[in-house]
Design a binder for this molecule. Structure first.
Ligand SMILES: [Mg+2]
Length: 240
């Protein structure tokens, strides 16, 4: 039986208004970045290969410029209040990103939200080069370097309702295992194509309203197909 709610939020374009990874790399890396992303979205290269190419496209990093672009980014203004709402209702919340902890931590700190749990790719700056790291790479997933599905599977219990809030390509694996989905932009199309029910949202105030409604219900139910997918995933893992 469901006892509590666990929320998993995408960062780029969801918690943060802009897609920071895309803005950073396209600004500083140019056309090579566009080409890498095109190949990744077509499924011709994996998520980590795409990131390797994005990093390699920035040959002589100007760290001041890099940080300046990050510091110009803004959170969804309704997000800090949403975090407060989650905390006062004992709702778990984590950020899952196929971007980098480097800029996520820097932006969250500006809003005094640095104590939020974040799962993202890592970034090391070595001389004028960006060196990516993939602590959560899943060899069965080529959609993203940080497979969000793995976190949605492993970071919640059977007694928790898994909620995913996202907007893009790298949120697909997370959505497959989610009981409740909040979607905007490209993620809507994926939900429709996959027959996954979703709530369309604009900002975290919309998400909060829906969650408040859920909290009023006597009983919360998991999504049947997500539960089957989760069971299958655990069975595959156990047999490896
Ligand atoms: Mg996104």
């Amino acid at each position: 039986m469901i006892q509590s709610i666990k929320i998993f939020c995408d960062f780029d374009g969801t918690v943060c208004l802009g897609d920071v990874r895309s803005i950073l790399f396209r600004t500083l890396g140019g056309e090579e970045v566009d080409e890498a992303v095109r190949l990744w979205l077509r499924g011709e290269i994996s998520g980590d290969e795409c990131i390797h190419r994005e990093c390699a496209a920035i040959r002589d990093l100007d760290l001041t410029e890099f940080n300046k672009i990050i510091d110009e980014q803004k959170l969804d203004p309704t997000f800090p209040r949403f975090v407060e709402f989650c905390r006062s209702n004992e709702i778990g919340i984590e950020i899952l990103s196929d971007g980098f902890g480097y800029y996520i931590d820097r932006i969250l700190k500006k809003y005094n939200l640095e104590d939020l749990t974040v799962y993202a790719n890592s970034l090391r700056i070595n001389g004028g080069k960006l060196v990516p790291g993939f602590p959560y790479l899943n060899r069965y997933c080529d959609r993203a370097a940080n497979c969000k599905g793995t976190h949605v599977l492993n970071n919640a219990g059977d007694d928790q309702l898994r909620v995913v809030v996202g907007d893009g390509f790298s949120d697909r694996c997370a959505v497959d295992y989610a009981d409740i989905v909040f979607a905007k932009r490209q993620l809507i199309q994926y939900c429709r194509e996959s027959n996954i029910s979703y709530f369309e949202y604009n900002d975290f105030q919309d998400v909060q309203r829906r969650i408040e409604e859920l909290l009023k219900r006597k009983r919360l139910n998991t999504r049947h197909r997500a539960e089957i997918r989760r069971r299958e995933a655990f069975r595959i893992e156990a047999n490896v």
